[in-house]
Design a protein around this ligand. Structure first.
Ligand code: B12
Ligand code: SF4
Length: 513
């Protein structure tokens, strides 16, 4: 049996397909290959920079999907299915909105692959592939599974190894897909198993692709102590509450941490509070709101570079506050800042609220809509128009990525210039990220040549009325694929109901502010 694993691209520009030049190794695929019974031949194609050989013989195609690649994934699946080859989908987006994904594949897999994937292959071999598989989420690679990294050979990925120490996060930020997917829980891998994986791969520069590496600070300390003798350099993603524990901060520096992606989200305290971003307030009741001054000072004192991320357009954000966000990031000389427009992902409390307030655009499904463009607003913000939000965020991105900004931000002797590694990382990543930013802005999602061009009647910036269902967007897209159109009840398919009653195992924001 032969299995073809595919990592889809996001979209294309009018002048042609987009090639991701800062592409990283696709960890879900090498992990799926490792979970596949060894008698099955596995090949992998990365749509971000290579053509998919649709006519190459294969028995089953597996595609990993997140929201920005959903449209393209459905197109790829259609091409294989035209040829009679069955397709199975898995990944975050599939789990959050299975009813949509199920329309475009022979089978969908909800949840983490570790416990159920081998069973899927056995079913397939017996000719009994089911339409839906549902597996739990949990500890990454439990039992010592090591991804098959040889599948990455010669594909031109950035020279850093992606690994996972934990999955999930204990917090409950209202816009976060991870919080819903993992039901606000955090799963930590055994220190022994992750150390073994680090030793088996041959790089000294690592990216732990954890959702929140420090969600469980006490367990993290044990791992960090064990990491020190390995003398690796690493980056990850972690929440700001790390700065409340100076022992933890010290261990981070000593274990080779260069810096973390940190979600600041907004500099407006009312926005931070309304989105339930508890880690940005945690343990700071007495101090009050100091616009992250103390937290940033502690990060700098430990020589950690910061990749600051912002989700702009929350209800208390204004055009002025978005502009001010840029000055905040410049003053702090962050190694890097991502000014993202707040995006409503299906299944999240944010999505539900905007839907109920009739503030969603693009028929409630921006990720499938033929007119949606990357980094454009997909909802009606409170204090500005969607276009104003798009423009304000773009202004920040543009200013941040200019050569003069890159030069000015470099001059921080506590972070960017505190070691050769940090300096080189700063100098290599900033221009690469800048190029990617300018490249991706305004890109249409999906790759199909637009003989399926946006139909004029679909260009509709009126707020979506949930009572009308998703039919216009889905129908339009399905017609483009030559599939039958359908109508739906959005209450059943928005992915919002499944997690509504999940217990809240996180810190309540009211306790912390
Ligand atoms: C690492 C990462 C990145 C890296 C990319 C890494 C790479 N290889 O290229 C970087 C930093 C570049 C990145 C960029 C972006 N990312 Co990102 N990223 C992640 C992160 C943190 C981890 C992904 C990962 O590798 N996990 C490790 C693997 C092993 O786990 P996994 O993907 O969850 O897969 C498991 C299951 O889902 C399942 N599974 C997955 N695929 C399949 C397929 C089959 C067939 C089966 C059976 C099972 C299965 O089994 C796997 C093992 O258990 C996720 C968060 C997350 N938890 O998913 C966000 C995440 C995927 N990213 C997200 C976003 C939005 C982006 C950006 C668009 C951000 C932006 N505005 O620019 C960009 C662009 C993405 C793109 N497509 O180009 C969102 C997607 C939201 C959604 N609802 O889908 C996520 C979920 C983050 C979030 N908090 O919302 N990202
Ligand atoms: S802290 Fe980060 S990962 Fe955790 S719920 Fe909030 S946004 Fe999601």
């Amino acid at each position: 049996m032969k299995l073809t694993l595919i990592f889809p691209n996001m979209g294309f520009h009018s002048h042609g397909g987009y090639t991701d030049e800062a592409r990283m190794e696709p960890l879900p695929l090498s992990l799926l290959a490792a979970l596949t019974p060894p008698d099955v031949e596995c090949v992998m194609y990365d749509d971000r920079m290579e053509d998919i050989p649709f006519d190459e013989p294969t028995d089953l195609v597996a595609i990993s999907i997140e929201i920005y690649t959903a449209r393209r994934s459905y197109e790829i699946a259609a091409k294989y299915r035209e040829r009679g080859i069955p397709v199975i989908f898995g990944g975050m987006h599939v789990t959050l909105i299975p009813e949509e994904a199920g329309k475009f594949a022979d089978s969908i897999y909800i949840g983490d692959a570790e416990t159920g994937w081998a069973g899927v292959i056995e079913d397939f071999k017996r000719g009994e592939l089911k339409a839906i598989y549902q597996a739990p989420v949990g500890v990454p690679q439990e039992g010592g599974i090591i991804p098959r990294r040889e599948l990455y050979a010669d594909k031109g990925y950035l020279p850093l190894s992606l690994l996972q120490y934990t999955r999930g996060c204990r917090f409950a930020c209202d816009f976060c897909a991870v919080s819903v997917y993992f039901d606000r829980k955090n799963y930590v891998r055994s220190t022994q198993e992750i150390l073994r994986e680090i030793e088996e791969q041959n790089r000294k520069f690592l990216f732990f692709v954890d959702d929140n590496f420090l969600s469980d600070q006490q367990q993290a300390k044990e791992f960090l102590r064990a990491l020190i003798p390995l003398k690796v350099k690493w980056v990850s993603q972690a929440s700001l509450d790390m700065t409340n524990d100076l022992e933890l901060m010290d261990l981070l520096s000593r274990s080779g941490c260069i810096g973390n992606v940190v979600g600041f989200e907004s500099i407006v305290p009312e926005s931070v509070k309304s989105m339930k971003k508890a880690p940005n307030f945690l343990g700071r009741k007495a101090l009050g709101w100091d616009r992250y001054e103390k937290q940033v000072r502690i990060l700098r004192d430990h020589h950690l570079q910061t990749w600051a991320t912002f989700t702009l357009g929350h209800d208390f954000d204004t055009i002025e506050s978005i502009d001010e966000t840029h000055h905040f990031a410049m003053e702090n000389k962050f190694c890097f800042a991502a000014y993202n427009i707040l995006m409503p992902y299906p299944g999240t409390p944010l999505y539900k609220r905007l839907r109920d307030e009739k503030r969603l655009l693009y028929g409630g499904k921006w990720w499938l809509h033929p007119d949606y463009r990357f980094n454009h607003a997909s909802f009606i913000p409170k204090n500005m128009t969607p276009d104003e939000l798009t423009e304000a965020v773009w202004r920040n991105r543009d200013r941040w990525n200019r050569p003069w900004s890159i030069f000015r931000r470099l001059w921080d002797f506590k972070t960017n210039l505190s070691s050769l590694t940090r300096f080189l990382l700063y100098l290599s990543y900033n221009p690469l990220y800048a190029k990617e930013t300018f490249n991706k802005q305004g890109m249409l999602l999906g790759l199909m040549k637009r003989s399926e061009k946006p139909k004029p009647e679909s260009i509709d910036f009126t707020p979506w009325d949930p009572a009308k269902g998703y039919a216009p967007v889905d129908g339009l897209f399905m017609e483009g694929l030559g599939m039958e159109s359908y109508g739906e009840n959005p209450d059943e398919i928005c992915g919002c109901t499944a997690n509504e009653t999940s217990p809240l195992t996180t810190v309540s924001i009211s306790e912390t502010v």
